[in-house]
Design a protein around this ligand. Sequence first.
Ligand code: A2P
Length: 280
Amino acid sequence: MTPVTEATPVKATPTLPDSQTVTEVRHWTDRLFSFRVSRPASLRFRSGEFVMIGLMGDPDPKTGKQKPLLRAYSIASPSWDEELEFYSIKVQDGPLTSRLQHIQPGDQIILRPKPVGTLVHDALLPGKRIWFFATGTGFAPFASLLRDPQTYEDYDEIIITHTCREVGELTYGAELIDSIRNDDMLAELIGDGFADKIRYYPTTTREDSPKMGRITDLMRSGALFDDLGVPPLSPDTDRAMICGNLAFNLELKELFEDYGLVEGANSKPQHYVVEKAFLD
Ligand code: A2P
């Protein structure tokens, strides 16, 4: 008699809902990293928009069920890129980024393919000069917009300010701008010399660098405008997008209202738009 053996159940590889595969991870500092993932074939977005991304949460101790743990992330890559790039903070006790910071190429993340957001060209009236104001990971949507041909078609001058605590936190943005300046494909797409329109103004607040100080203080003192040789923002010529922490966004909004700029939206284009840099 042959013994009856129980068939071993075949374990299916778990597939996450809306899963995408990580293709590259770069760690910039102990607080910052960026990563690239595959792009869903059907995903269309406007440069500057965000999507919800994340991982499966821990199993519920009672039911054993797992729920997705999702956060809003600006897409840092331009809309023509075949992959998607994200730029993230690492919060050691943050529910998502404490785990997300350990992803490796080949891993899967969840990505809900429903892009939304206000930092889009459609929310601004035509202008001469566009300002991008970022703190920390608030640089991400501008990493997308700075690689979008429309930015250069719509404006004569593009000023990007980035304020971080420490010099190392500027590297992602600085390298990206360098790479844009040397990108032959973009030059072919947009036109030779397109990158001459970019003015990059990095500042730090807690470590020595060539330009120290919060951008809001540098605006109030007039140093920003003296350094760049441009007049303060005016509703006639200037358009602006803001992405940083809440206090920064509110302070800049107040400054803009003093300059006479009006906040816009997708449904009603105006002079400036704001998005919070989403923190864990
Ligand atoms: P500071 O070092 O003076 O707080 P964080 O990492 O906390 O999000 O901050 C990122 C950068 O934004 C820091 O350089 C910080 O300066 C700056 N910052 C924070 N709050 C404001 C604000 N209300 N206005 C301007 N800059 C700000």
